[in-house]
Design a protein around this ligand. Structure first.
Ligand SMILES: [Zn+2]
Length: 314
């Protein structure tokens, strides 16, 4: 089974070829707003209306707009450094230093390592690998959970690695033949998940394994008519203080109560895809992988363990 990757991909109209995960055409859209921080950092733009697309078949939610390669490079350069924190807080006062530190602490926690080990064991993955690559793994923290002869981390932000082993900042420097690839907290940022997985597929040995971890972010949509919401969102674009206040209220309601307030919205920030168990499984199956395990781990993260189809690539 060959990976299903659209020939042409328009990063501004990502739903053109159907759902990014299952390919379904039963899609529903609702207006949302691109965050001022993302727009300024990625393309020197201002907040604008975009559409959040919801697949009625697999449950994937994704923003219609994504980022092209240049926008990705601009956005993730110096990712989460002091300038990033300062500029983000100028648009999102609720993105405090404490919250920033909590995010980093969770990223480096031992609980994540335990969950990774547990998920691999449940999927009956080998206890030892010859070569493992943490793809987009920041400082390679997750590699501590893996018993392997050779360990490497690839991260385009160029963060110094926290582990002994190989580090790569350019994808072109990576050779193939990895027996396990980790992709943790990456796919939710990716404009074309199928193209990303096609590259992972090419990096894996024929009997290689893939572990994916993404956030499990679900919420109930905002009550109120879509026409009223569109009018309100357009008005918010003209008054930054009100836009920031509405963003803060909407974000608090979504995170604390799992629902948007009446006429509320979700700002498009760096997470541009919101997966479900069904959508992640469908994406992997369409990308040349056999899913051995998929679900929510003990830390509340959505994960999948998959094997590369040995006969896929010619
Ligand atoms: Zn779908």
């Amino acid at each position: 089974m060959a990976p299903a990757t659209p020939e042409a991909f328009d990063h501004c109209r990502r739903a053109t070829a159907g759902c990014l995960c299952c390919g379904g055409r039963h899609l529903r859209g609702e207006a949302q707003i691109v965050s001022g921080f993302l727009a300024a950092r990625a393309w020197h733009g201002r907040p604008e209306i975009t559409e959040l697309v919801h697949c009625q078949d697999c449950g994937l939610r994704f923003f219609q707009r994504g980022l092209d390669d240049d926008e990705v490079a601009r956005y993730y350069r110096g990712y989460r450094d002091a300038a990033y924190q300062r500029d983000r807080q100028a648009w999102e006062p609720f993105y405090t230093f404490a919250r920033h530190a909590a995010t980093l602490a969770w990223s480096d926690s031992t609980a994540r390592l335990d969950n990774l080990r547990h998920s691999l064991a449940r999927a009956k993955a080998p206890a030892h690998f010859n070569a493992v690559l943490d793809h987009g793994g920041g400082q390679g923290h997750m590699l501590a959970a893996i018993d392997a002869d050779r360990k490497a981390v690839y991260d385009p932000s160029g963060s110094p690695a926290a582990m002994d082993g190989e580090t790569y900042a350019r994808e072109s420097e990576l050779s193939g033949g990895w027996h396990l690839v980790l992709s943790c907290q990456v796919l939710e940022h990716i404009s074309s998940p199928s193209r990303y997985l096609e590259r992972i597929h090419g990096l894996l040995a024929d009997d290689g394994w893939l572990y994916v971890e993404v956030p499990n972010e679900q919420w109930r949509p905002a009550p109120g008519g879509e026409r009223m919401r569109m009018l309100l969102l357009k008005a918010l674009l003209h008054w930054r203080p009100l836009l920031m206040a509405a963003d803060a209220i909407s974000t608090a309601c979504r995170i604390k109560f799992g629902r948007l307030p009446p006429l509320g919205f979700i700002a498009m920030r760096e997470h541009i895809n919101y997966f479900t168990v069904e959508s992640l499984g469908a994406l992997l199956a369409r990308s040349g992988f056999q899913v051995e395990g998929c679900g929510i781990d003990n830390g509340g993260q959505l994960f999948a363990v998959a094997r590369k189809f040995a006969t896929t690539m010619t």
